[in-house]
Ligand binder design. Structure first.
Ligand SMILES: Cc1cc2nc3c(=O)[nH]c(=O)nc-3n(C[C@H](O)[C@H](O)[C@H](O)COP(=O)(O)OP(=O)(O)OC[C@H]3O[C@@H](n4cnc5c(N)ncnc54)[C@H](O)[C@@H]3O)c2cc1C
Ligand code: SF4
Ligand code: SF4
Ligand code: SF4
Length: 438
């Protein structure tokens, strides 16, 4: 058996981030993205087509990522020139944006000023598939129709191979997607040459597609009746938004955000547990929700300008009224996004998963001084979370994935019940020993 030089090893070790870069880079179109039963997208190499050139593995950031550029800079925060809070100048764009509509306003500014020809973004179709797909948007209508966050797998970089010669694009993506683009540039791959702007989104995690079915079940909806999904719709009660299912009948059904948040831990891919980069540190500017900084129901975004190009873009867009922002202290963003918790969790997950002898993503240049040891309680909790990810990802069918997720949920409820009972018992015993009246 010959040793594969493709990304197959990355996929086999569950380290694929689902970015799609390898699909674009393969000279013989031997790679496609496939959906697993639990609902992840992973690269799939057709060995009979592959000629072992090794190009896909060279640009893949799933198993190894060089980050020497950040030498002595905290990778959990990244380089920040300036930080802002604000929103789109146009109220309609703000209203349909996930937070403040900043990303779409910036894209429109770039398109209307002819600084780009298209934007690589992600659109959710209303055809019942509930599978977002990447597009190269060339019109205002396409950019606006793709607003809003899709908290599930998407592989935008599969489209990089379709960018025409000389076409200038702005790429919008979550951190792992930006890592793929960063590696393409680092290795001087021509696919990166058309990317003029990199607009990053903050990212805590994506969720398996099977989470959508579990949400629908909890909401007492049948999948055959569902045409579309907005993970966080602002249309009824404003920011931060509710889960909104669009039904085939045309009706919209709104549910509390807890419908999604209560399921998050069970549907998180392993690779997200092993990801340090919540704030998208390898782009021109990164954008997230203004949690803890603005409470406006219209929605506001926070923006971290990572370099001069990103900062100039914000200033130019403001000068033409596309954006309204004010400068803030970046530390406010780090605190509101709970970056110290991310540091602790990442350090704990890497330690725990590495202990099992598994292949870990290698972040070359990530200095250990930026990691932080947690405590036994955190490790115990994270061990359970790793189990959820591994168990559910390993399901042979979608039904099996859903059944496993429900079993873990039931177990979690039982454990919480007994932990609280134990706490109460201890309290009573202490009180009895002290002779208190119960
Ligand atoms: C998976 C995921 C996790 C996130 N986690 C956090 C978080 O933990 N904390 C936080 O503050 N913010 C998080 N965000 C970012 C936040 O949800 C908003 O996307 C961000 O604030 C920009 O909002 P906006 O109103 O400026 O953008 P909009 O004007 O709504 O535009 C959003 C753009 O993002 C694109 N997009 C949507 N989903 C995806 C996707 N999956 N992959 C690539 N592009 C996509 C859309 O096509 C659109 O162009 C996350 C986003 C995603 C997609
Ligand atoms: S390039 Fe991206 S999609 Fe391809 S194997 Fe690596 S992480 Fe997965
Ligand atoms: S090794 Fe080369 S030919 Fe084989 S899948 Fe990767 S890029 Fe394609
Ligand atoms: S947490 Fe990291 S690996 Fe997971 S989707 Fe977000 S950027 Fe990608």
């Amino acid at each position: 058996m010959r040793l594969s030089r493709s990304v197959q090893e990355v996929v086999d070790n569950q380290l694929c981030t689902q970015c799609g870069t390898c699909v674009s880079v393969c000279p013989v179109q031997a790679i496609e993205m496939r959906e697993t039963p639990a609902g992840m997208l992973v690269a799939s190499v057709q060995e009979e087509k592959c000629d072992q050139c090794g190009l896909c593995r060279l640009v893949c950031s799933g198993a190894d990522f060089e980050m020497e550029d950040l030498e002595n800079i905290d990778p959990f925060k990244g380089r920040v020139l300036k930080a802002y809070v604000g929103h789109a100048g146009n109220e309609a764009i703000r209203a349909s944006g996930q937070s403040g509509g900043v990303v779409s306003a910036l894209l429109l500014f770039l398109l209307e000023n002819r600084r780009i020809d298209s934007a690589l973004i992600t659109s959710m179709p209303a055809d019942g598939s509930l599978r977002p797909h990447p597009i190269l948007a060339r019109t205002k209508g396409e950019i606006l129709a793709a607003q809003g966050s899709k908290y599930c797998p998407v592989a935008p970089s599969t489209l990089l191979g379709r960018v025409e010669n000389g076409e200038r694009i702005a790429a919008v993506g979550i951190p792992c997607q930006m890592h793929g683009i960063y590696k393409l540039s680092r290795h001087r791959n021509p696919l990166a040459s058309g990317i003029k702007y990199k607009i990053g989104l903050f990212c805590d995690r994506t969720l398996f597609y099977s989470c959508i079915e579990q949400m629908a079940r909890k909401a007492h909806l049948k999948m055959k009746d569902v045409a579309g999904l907005e993970y966080r719709s602002k249309s009824r009660n404003g920011w931060p938004g509710e889960v909104c299912f669009h039904l085939v009948s045309g009706e919209k059904r709104f549910f509390s955000p807890s419908l999604r948040s209560s399921l998050k831990e069970f549907f998180t891919p392993l690779r997200c547990r092993l990801c340090f980069d919540k704030l998208n540190v390898f782009c021109d500017l990164s954008v997230g929700d203004a949690w803890g900084i603005s409470e406006s129901a219209k929605g506001d975004s926070v923006i971290l300008a990572r370099n001069e190009a990103g900062n100039l873009l914000i200033r130019d867009a403001m000068a033409q009224g596309f954006l309204e922002t004010k400068e803030i202290d970046a530390e406010l963003v780090f605190n509101a996004q709970n970056i110290e918790k991310r540091r602790l969790d990442f350090s704990s997950f890497m330690k725990l998963y590495g202990r099992g002898g598994h292949l870990l993503p290698e972040y070359k240049g990530l200095m250990t001084e930026f990691l932080k040891a947690g405590n036994k309680a955190l490790d115990a909790q994270n061990k359970r979370r790793l189990n959820y990810s591994l168990d559910i990802a390993g399901s042979a069918t979608k039904e099996n994935a859903l059944a496993r997720a429900r079993a873990w949920q039931r177990k979690q409820k039982r454990d919480l019940f007994f932990a609280s009972l134990l706490g109460k018992l201890k309290g009573w015993i202490r009180a009895l020993c002290a002779g208190d009246d119960l």
